[in-house]
Write a protein that binds this ligand. Sequence first.
Ligand SMILES: [Zn+2]
Ligand SMILES: [Zn+2]
Length: 339
Amino acid sequence: MARLFHYKIINDAFGDPCVFLRLLREKRALLFDVGDIRKISFNEILKVSDIFVTHTHIDHFIGFDQVIRAVLRRPMPLRIYGPENIIECVYGKLKGYTWNLVADYPLQIEVYAITKKGLKGAKFVASKGFKIERLKKISITDNIVLQEPLFKVKAIELSHGIPVIAYSVEEDFHININKVELQNLGFQIGPWLGQLKRLIKENYEYDSEKMLKPKNELLKITVETPKGKFSVEELFPLLKITKGEKISYVMDVSPTEENIKKIIEFVRDSDILFCEAYFLNKDKERAFERNHLTAAITGNIARQARVKELIILHISPKYIENPQDIYKEVELSRSGILL
Ligand SMILES: [Zn+2]
Ligand SMILES: [Zn+2]
């Protein structure tokens, strides 16, 4: 079955780190960091519903204006997540422009600061000239900052001299149709299978014993099939359930023991990890001064966390002539040769 997520890397490893994550069949996308986004098309920006900002250093935030300009007439709200100062930073950006001509524009921007005490929110509405409106604080459980029917986003705070947020997106579970069983039981392929999948995603959980359990025991859900009405549970033999995809995004982190431990725990078993590898191990003093990870540390994190695919996104311009040194160091430490 096709995946839910499809990623696009916007710049090379010496450009600003940014990942555009399309939700297939959803006409929606998530954006991780919003630095130089000139290579994202206008139509793609229009699909962005949520932006996950690690921190507001200029290489991670300068593209915000470009997003606002693209989505200004859009009815779908824009949500922005980031570290504790994200509300001030968005407010400051919005205050940099004059908004006397947007009274009939539908855009709403919700901004959520991820703090140890929960999500602090604020809303900026075009029709009110993007005045700041504070929202009620929301508590965070299990690091989940966004829970949707098809996926969830988790976040943790790390240190980069300043607070920086690492994110992971997890598809709850993946539903495949067992075509042989479908044929054996005399069902025909059709749009009803899509509806069945959606009903299961919305109403069931996948627990550690690899079983589908209803979120609400009392709820009986039925679906119209080409052979008549069936309860969702009667159709379970048609399904093959597997663990959903996990994609993690970690940029600009001090190479401290505490951070490394937290990252390994957080990105464990990711299918894809986007991570910086800013300095070589021989420049680790510089890495400490500048609060960035080294290639050796990044490789080590990927190995210990059993990450399936590691994609390096943020390398210091210092290595522009010899980027292969960074990649080689990542691979050596990832395979356990260099520790
Ligand atoms: Zn930074
Ligand atoms: Zn950076």
